[in-house]
Design a protein around this ligand. Structure first.
Ligand code: F6P
Length: 323
């Protein structure tokens, strides 16, 4: 292989730039050409490509978002769209692709590799940390630090006014951000889709906290916990436990932005280099991840189909430290 393409797709995540930088520099280190595909798979269909050199990726390791831009490309869900994309890759002489994103990105990549025989390697980049085959995805560490900082600020007002705050954090289907940010910010309760703790559980817990003398509380609710809408929870709790004055904050997209933490920059650099190394060995259809602090390969299909386990030890810790 002497010419590769790189793209970022799906929700942007802090550290994606650091990953692109590592891919570009590792490819050039091995005398390969690199083309950046702008706006994810869309760039292949709209012909928005840009040649990248070592200087094109200068001064981006510290920037959030993705300078290559991103999108969720609907046309790529169709086989005809993927065939068109493969045709474009052939025309440009791009022999292999590194895709950086989450499960939607990997589903597209799996099909591109299988149907169109394009060698593809995936790098997990999503704040949700919901990808099987890696302990951490790029952007997760930055997102939980951002969430913790926000919750710390809300705690100041919760304490000053003896209030109960419901704070919704991101995670489309998963509770990793909620669990980590909840433990890190010392929240009283954490509601995640993996546990299905309902209103009755919460009422019991808040009643106990109240009787134990807690005057303010923070409840972290994962966006993915569809059984518990924050607004409804707050309303129901105020009705059933009138001693509480509740407020709701939805942190939303502020969790996706910002300068990546050092952890995310190092992770992204390691995975970027590993992706190019993997392509050079002739492997395809795999994701590079980090397991027990070692680079590890997982089939792309498995990475997007399987659900990573929610660590029971972390759940136990969160239960114990919040009493
Ligand atoms: O996958 C990352 C994520 O931020 C999820 O946590 C969230 O549900 C989703 O993306 C939001 O997507 P969009 O920015 O397209 O609304």
């Amino acid at each position: 292989i002497n010419h590769i393409g790189v793209l970022t797709s799906g929700g942007d995540a802090p550290g994606m730039n650091a990953a692109v930088r590592a891919v570009v520099r590792c490819a050039i280190f091995h005398d390969m050409k690199v083309t950046g595909i702008v706006e994810g798979y869309t760039g292949l269909l709209t012909n928005t490509l840009r040649p990248l050199n070592t200087r094109s990726v200068s001064n981006i390791i510290n920037q959030g978002g993705t300078f290559l831009k991103s999108s969720r490309c609907m046309e790529f869900y169709e086989e005809a769209g993927r065939a068109k994309a493969a045709e474009k890759l052939h025309q440009e002489g791009i022999q292999a692709l590194v895709v950086i994103g989450g499960d939607g990105t990997f589903t597209g990549a799996t099909l591109l590799a299988r149907e169109q025989k394009i060698p593809v390697v995936g790098i997990p980049g999503t704040i949700d940390n919901d990808i099987y085959g890696t302990d951490f995805t790029i952007g997760f560490d930055t997102a939980i630090n951002t969430a913790v900082e926000a919750v710390d600020k809300i705690r100041d007002t919760a304490t000053s006014h003896n209030r109960l705050f419901f704070i919704e954090v991101m995670g489309r289907d998963a509770g990793y951000i909620a669990l980590h940010a909840g433990i890190g910010a010392g929240s009283e309760e954490i509601l995640i889709p993996e546990q299905h703790r309902g209103l009755d559980y919460l009422l019991d817990s808040l009643d106990r906290s109240n009787r134990a003398g807690k005057t303010s509380s923070i409840v972290i609710v994962a966006e993915g916990d569809k059984s518990n809408s924050v607004l409804e929870l707050a309303k129901s709790v105020e009705e059933k436990l009138p001693e509480y004055s509740a407020r709701v904050t939805i942190l939303g997209h502020l969790q996706r932005g910002g300068r990546p933490t050092c952890f995310d920059r190092v992770l992204a650099s390691r995975l970027g280099v590993a992706a190019v190394d993997t392509l050079r060995t002739g492997s395809s259809g795999v994701m590079v991840g980090l397991r027990d602090n070692r680079i590890s390969l997982t089939g792309l299909e498995k990475a997007c189909k399987e659900t990573p386990d929610m660590d029971p030890e972390l759940i136990r810790v969160s239960n114990i430290v919040s009493i």
